[in-house]
Design a protein around this ligand. Structure first.
Ligand SMILES: Nc1nc2c(ncn2[C@@H]2O[C@H](COP(=O)(O)OP(=O)(O)OP(=O)(O)O)[C@@H](O)[C@H]2O)c(=O)[nH]1
Ligand SMILES: [Zn+2]
Length: 368
């Protein structure tokens, strides 16, 4: 693999110039754990790396630390020496989310992603509100949004076209394609974005056909399933723990649990937002702890009785917490592996040196 095939460009070459003159080499990160990183070097050799203390301390927050997809400047160690990351090159794009519960912490899910393909369908999965969440995330990242309205074979031409038109209106920057994984049309669409060095990720709800499409990209020999391996937290296709995977032909795929978790987070957000108007009514409830059932002075019940709020919508609103719980239950298996993954990552560990040393000891099973 050449640097170009790994996504190198004049942008990175320019940023790398001062490091090159110091004898460092460029590498692209393909994996991260609490202790170290994995990366591809020019030629495709895979190496383990550690972060220099300086890069660690200079990072103002976790989002500035190197993440999967980043290009870094590496000091290659000699025999029995670590290879050390001396710097992270600037990012052309960055796919990130806020850490759950910690509103100020940004979590980088993938850096230097060129294309984000969102897979949906014109039927049960179709939800413009959820798609808005995806579009907002992608717009912030700087990647190109691409939508696959998949399973076209199950819906009429008109249904597919209407779904496409609605999404096109929501996000004029997005390329919208009607595809079917069955006739491999989805495959050719994805391939058209996988130019030499392009990095892609594939997101979307469970069951829309992501695995089917990605397996077609990998070719027959490699099976990808969205299910995470309980132990490793990786998709079952990975015999190694790569989160950035070169594809046969051109391009690379970033696939990690954080990427898969986006769906759950987006769904929950969408669900909450879709009841924002009902929630707004609750400000007029007489009691702050109103449960909006038989409570006196409930503004939401009042709206139902006055006919300005549909009974069915009110009932769904009451079930909102249940629905979110159900969403979480379904995602629990994945979430567990995401947590394990996050724990193994530097993002959630304390950033002072003592804690880091302790973490490394723990990781080695070294308790003294
Ligand atoms: N009819 C039809 N079925 C499809 C198409 N693409 C995928 N499927 C089927 O839809 C089901 C779900 O597909 P997957 O590829 O497992 O979906 P996924 O998005 O990876 O789902 P998770 O792994 O749960 O995230 C499978 O039975 C596929 O065979 C399509 O274009 N048309
Ligand atoms: Zn109320």
């Amino acid at each position: 693999m050449t640097l170009l095939q790994l996504g190198w460009s004049p942008f990175f070459e320019e940023a790398f110039a001062p490091y090159r003159s110091k004898g460092l080499v460029p590498a692209r990160l393909i994996r991260e754990t609490a202790i170290n990183y994995g990366a591809f070097l020019e030629g495709g050799e895979e190496i383990d790396l550690v972060l220099s203390g300086k890069v660690w301390h200079d990072a103002a927050n976790d989002a500035e630390l190197p993440a999967v997809g980043d290009w870094v400047a590496v000091d290659l160690g000699g025999e029995n020496e670590d290879h050390v990351i001396r710097a992270r090159l600037p990012r052309r794009s960055c796919f990130s989310r806020k850490m759950p519960g910690k509103s100020s912490e940004e979590q980088v899910i993938g850096a230097n992603v060129d294309v984000v393909a969102v897979v949906t369908d014109a039927g049960p999965d179709f939800n413009p509100r959820r798609m808005e969440r995806y579009f907002a995330l992608i717009a912030r990242s700087g990647a190109k949004p691409v939508v696959l309205i998949n399973k076209a074979d199950l819906f009429t031409k008109q249904e597919n076209a209407e779904a496409a038109a609605e999404l096109a209106a929501l996000c004029p920057d997005a390329d919208i394609h009607v595809t079917s994984a069955l006739n491999r049309k989805g495959l050719s669409v994805l391939k058209s974005y996988l130019k030499k060095g392009a990095t892609m990720c594939v997101v979307g709800s469970s069951g829309v056909g992501k695995s089917t499409l990605v397996n077609q990209l990998y070719g027959e020999e490699w099976q990808w399933t969205g299910d995470c391996n309980e132990v490793t937290g990786k998709g079952r296709h990975t015999t190694t723990s790569r989160e950035l995977v070169p594809l046969p032909g051109n391009g690379m795929l970033i696939d990690n649990p954080g990427m898969r978790e986006i769906q759950m987070w987006t769904d929950e957000q969408t669900l909450r937002e879709s009841f924002a108007d009902v929630e707004a009514l609750s400000h007029d409830c007489k009691f702050a702890d109103c449960r909006h059932q038989k409570d006196a002075g409930c503004a939401i019940r009042g709206a139902v009785e006055a006919g300005s709020l549909e009974l069915g919508r009110y009932e769904s609103f009451l079930q909102l917490d249940d629905e979110i719980a159900e969403l979480r239950r379904r995602a629990k298996k994945r979430q567990m592996s995401v947590e394990r993954w996050a724990k193994r990552n530097h993002r959630v560990k304390a950033r002072n040196l003592e804690d880091r040393i302790q973490l490394e000891k723990d990781e080695r099973g070294d308790w003294c």
